[in-house]
Design a protein around this ligand. Structure first.
Ligand code: MG
Length: 267
């Protein structure tokens, strides 16, 4: 092979190499992920104006109690007007015989709930008989039917831990005891995921509760085993939507108070 031909050959090889590299680079460029590919622009979340503080209701909240009246509440027993006491912006359990639990007129599925409660400063009794009340996250009947988030004086008050404040009654032990002293206001912020049921009434998806007690996470997406029961093993009973219920417990200790109750419905 002459010098000239071998030079020409080398040139052809070089040219081919450059062409191949360019094509490869272009292909690389074309398949390289772009940031835009993972950017989602719709649906745009609705604007919700927050409250003045995180305890105040956002603009889309349903106000269940703002300190004025019990218009959003009825007797859980017979759905007559609620007969608990309202004064100084606070509602207080009426422990008089025959009054009983109260529940919302409205019915809910999934939601975010804010509720504040106070054990009276002069509370007496011990264990479950010391400031016992409860927030039934779904009321599935009169009395104590439903799913109870326990309210109790748990400040230096020993009881079974799956029945202390912050527990889903007799199902969960709260992750911490965030109790404030009697006389001080305490807060529950709850995310409730309602159970769902098939047409034949069998459980499709269980209920979950996430609870912040005085800002402390005490229930982290806890999966309920069914309705909360005083005696026996929990079980599910089919329902579609349900009121939120507050408990008038039969113990003889001084009555619990509630204030600033609001809820945001969730998909
Ligand atoms: Mg209770």
């Amino acid at each position: 092979m002459s010098h000239r031909i071998s030079h020409l050959f080398a040139l052809v090889i070089l040219t081919l190499t450059i062409v191949c590299l360019s094509v490869w680079a272009a292909a690389q460029q074309a398949t390289k992920p772009k940031p835009e590919e993972t950017e989602i622009w719709t649906p745009v979340p609705p604007v919700v104006t927050p409250g003045a503080t995180d305890a105040d209701p956002p603009s889309d909240a349903i106000i269940l109690f703002d300190g004025k009246n019990l218009d959003e509440w009825v007797s859980a027993q017979d759905h007559t007007p609620a007969r608990w006491f309202v004064s100084d912006g606070v509602m207080t359990v009426n422990k008089e015989h025959g009054v009983g639990n109260i529940e919302t007129k409205r019915r809910f599925k999934n939601y975010q709930l804010h509720i504040e409660w106070r054990v009276p400063p002069d509370i007496t009794g011990s264990g479950q008989a010391r400031g016992n009340s409860g927030v039934f996250l779904a009321s599935t009947g009169p009395g104590d039917d439903g799913y109870e988030l326990q309210v109790l004086d748990s400040y230096q008050n020993e009881t079974y831990v799956n029945g202390m404040a912050g527990s889903l009654y007799k199902q969960s032990i709260p992750l911490a005891n965030a109790a404030r002293k009697p006389g001080e206001w305490q807060t529950y912020n709850v995310i409730w995921t309602a159970p769902t049921f098939d047409a034949d009434g069998s459980l499709k998806t269980p209920a979950y509760a996430t609870v912040f007690w005085d800002g402390v996470l005490v229930e982290n997406h806890f999966q309920l085993k069914g309705q909360t029961l005083y005696i026996g093993k929990p079980f599910y009973k089919a329902y579609y939507d349900a009121p939120i219920k507050l408990q008038a417990h039969g113990d003889p200790s001084q009555a619990i108070s509630f204030r600033n109750i609001w809820v945001r419905e969730l998909p």
